[in-house]
Design a protein around this ligand. Sequence first.
Ligand SMILES: Cc1ncc(C[n+]2csc(CCOP(=O)(O)OP(=O)(O)O)c2C)c(N)n1
Ligand SMILES: [Mg+2]
Length: 434
Amino acid sequence: MSSATATQPLPLNTTRPRSHEKPLFDPLKATTSTAIFIGSTLKPRFNSSTKLNHFNPHRRSATVVAVSEVVKQKKPKSASNLLITKEEGLVLYEDMVLGRSFENMCAQMYYRGKMFGFVHLYNGQEAVSTGFIKLLKKEDSVVSTYRDHVHALSKGVSARAVMSELFGKTTGCCRGQGGSMHMFSKEHNVLGGFAFIGEGIPVATGAAFTSKYRREALGEADCDHVTLAFFGDGTCNNGQFFECLNMAALWKLPIVFVVENNLWAIGMSHLRATSDPEIWKKGPAFGMPGVHVDGMDVLRVREVAKEAIRRARRGEGPTLVECETYRFRGHSLADPDELRDPAEKAHYAARDPITALKKYMIENKLANEAELKAIEKKIDEVVEEAVEFADASPHPSRGQLLENVFADPKGFGIGPDGQYRCEDPKFTQGTAHV
Ligand SMILES: Cc1ncc(C[n+]2csc(CCOP(=O)(O)OP(=O)(O)O)c2C)c(N)n1
Ligand SMILES: [Mg+2]
C-alpha cells in the first residue's frame, strides 16, 4: 500500500472522524426547505455560547434542521417573543431539577450499597425527558431504556415509587421486581424500562398501533393517544429500529421516535460506529420527517416535541427526532468514565441544560432567584423523603420471587402443593423437573 493511501488505524475511544470521512451535513448548502424547522428562527434567548456547536469541528453547526416541510415554522406566542409562560417555565424547571437531584441521590445510595445490579444515570440529558414528556396527557405512553428513572419521573411516577423500586422494595412501581432498568407503571402508561437495547422500540410501536386500532377499527373516535419511544444513538444501529420506522411510517402510527444522541454507546463513539452519524436523516428514508435538535436546550426540544406530538395526535404519522445531548456521568455507576476526553466533557458541562433554563428565566423575568431556589429546596425534600420511604419499606417475600416470571406458574413457579417452589427448601436443586 502506498503511503498516500495508507490510513492510520483510528485510536480507540476517540471522537475524531476517520480520515476518509466526508464532511457532515453543511447547513450553508441546505436549501431553504431543508433548513427550516420550528424554533430555528425563534431565537430563544440563550446566549450564543449555548448554541449548538458539536464538539467535533467536522460535525454540523446547524441549530435545527429538518428535511420535511410538514412541520412548519412557528409564530412566536407574543410580542415578547418568549417561548414559554412563567407557569410553563416553572414546571419545566422543577421537572429538570427533580431528575438531576434524584439521580445524584441514586449515586449516593448505590455507593452505600442500597441498590443492586447496574444503575444508569440520566444527568445532562434532562432537557429531552422534560421537553417531551411534560407535553403528554396521562393516557399517552412512554417507552424508555435502561436509563429510565427520569422518564418515569417526568411521566408522573412518584419519586417514592421509583426510589423504592431501585431499593428492590415492595412499594416500588414494580413491587421491587424490576429494579433500575425496568421502571413500569400501568397507571402512568410507562411501558418500561428495557435492559436490551432496541427492545423497547417494537413495544412502543405496538402501543402506537393500539391507539390507531382503537380509533379506526374499534370506533373510539376520541382515542388520540400518542407514544414516545426514547432510545440512544448506539441503538440506532440495531435492526429493530429500522423495522419499526418502516411499520410506523407504513401505518402512519401516532409515535415519536426520540433519539437521545449522547455521542457514546458505553465506550464506543457514535462517529466510529455509524456510517452516517446524522440519525435524523433516517426518518425521510422511511417517509417520515426527520429532525435534529439541540438536546441541551429544553425550549428548543419542547418546540420540536410539540409539533411532532401534534402531528401524531392529528393522525399524520410518526416523526424521528434526534436530540443532540450528553451524559455527564459514566455509562453506568460501575463505569469509572476514564475513556471520554476531559475537554469534551468540559464542553458539554458548560452547556448544562438546567443552568441554561435558569438563566433564560431570570434574564426574561419569568422567575427570580428566590423562586427557583424554593423549587430546588422543595425537590431536595421530595428526594430525601423518597429515600426514607424506600429505606423503611419492606423487602418482597420469597414467595413473590417467581411472580410474573413464568407464563405458566403451575408448571414452574408453583409446586403441586400450590406453594411457590422457592418456599421449598429443596428449591435450589432446580425447578425444571416439577
Ligand atoms: C441487544 C443488546 N446488545 C448489547 C447490549 C449491551 N449494551 C448495553 S448499553 C449499550 C450501548 C447503548 O448505547 P446508546 O444506545 O447510545 O445508549 P446510551 O447508553 O448512550 O444511553 C450496549 C451495546 C444490550 N444491552 N442489548
Ligand atoms: Mg448513547
